[in-house]
Design a protein around this ligand. Sequence first.
Ligand code: AHR
Length: 490
Amino acid sequence: MAKINILYPKKTATIAPEIYGHFTEHIGGVIYDGIYLGKGHKCADENGFRKVIIEKLKQIKAPVIRWPGGCFAETYNWRDGVGENRPVRQSWWTYKDGRMESNQFGTHEFIKFCKEVNAKPYFAANITSTTPLDIFEWFDYCLSDAGTTTLALEREKNGSKEPFEIPYFGIGNENWGGGGNMRPEYYADLYRQYAMILNNMPFDTKLIACGFDYDWSHKFFENMEESWKNMHGYSIHHYCNAPGVATHFDENQWYQLLYTASQVEELINRHWAIIKGHGMEEHSKLVIDEWGAWYAEGGGPSNGKNLYEQQSTMRDAVVTALSLNIFNNHSDKIMMANVAQLVNNIHCLFLSSDDKCITTPTFQVFDMFKNHQGATAIETVVECEKSAFSDNGEDKYLSNISASASVKDGKTTLSLVNLSYTKEASVEICAYGAKKSDNMMVTVLAHRDPHAHNTFENPDNVTVCVAQITGNALMLPPASVTVVEFDTVI
Ligand code: AHR
């Protein structure tokens, strides 16, 4: 029997709710036909937003949403997305799918969407093809008090007298690649320039710098010098790339992908070591700006119409739960994480087309894990078997069980993932330093077939089961996610 030891005296940190964040880029079907249908559509609310997505995001307590890119941000001019007569433009992604950007969804629409969901907005600034003055003016437009500046008056004319609240602003996106193909030294100089100007404004917005690999991070921090004071977060991306489509894989490919997902832990630890090495840990935490499993051939229901759209199976649910467990367990180092992307795209929570919209197994995991948000993370030690697999001819092993625990208002939330493709696991929960109630509420996401997924025709093929159990033992089905909740006296 596997053992899950919960060490209550070892508190890691409060799990920032923003670790359960989302990403909505102007790419493929994320915005148009995803979250935005336009006013008058039968599935839209009075602002043109897809009602069911708003309701479901409220249900999972979506804390933060990043926008407008991604790479889309590299050529985005915020002025195109405010006021009447919005121009139609080619976007960063037009070369991939021929779609033009109508700019119907812009700054006001995004802010309204976040308000309806009750999520914080996180903007990503274009610093690749724009100037610090443009972003200074975007700040002025969004944040200046009513009636104080010409841009605040323009905002009022466009429907918002009161300033917006924008707690987070990213200075660039993947500037090592699509975001300008920059060297870290050059990006550091640009960051210093933008951040100096924006931090000089009387607003509380936290600025986030763009990271990449270890070498980039070292060089970037070396070149920041005193400017680290103008940086409040350091972003890294972690995609688990896999060949083929989301729904076709064998047992070995299952483990290969989960292994890649598990490597985010090393990324977190090593980047954190770099941040600490540069003495910045009190000031700047990590932002996992984009994460998820990305299948080379997609395989979503739009059959290629929506760029990068892919199905989401039990394998993606397990990647989600494994990643969120890792983020919980490193909540002392992470201030935010945004799964990429929300709808009709990579690792999505929803798939939609006109009046159809379904949730994916990834959505179910976000729903199951929501009580971790804002709770205190408690260290767990797992004793379990490993599974062997082959990765490019090399033998590798992966622990069969991943766990994270947190406590809030006298209740423990313990999330468990059985990574084994074929074997169920019986586990015993052992609490140290606290009295655990024998009554456990258990929610399980499992399916006899790890390839199982939801479709427009069968939207509830993969759903959760809830049961009340007494004792400390339970059985985890193969390829499954389980959340256990119980009262705890510490
Ligand atoms: O999420 C799709 C793309 O992946 C984003 O635009 C970019 O930041 C990343 O490379």
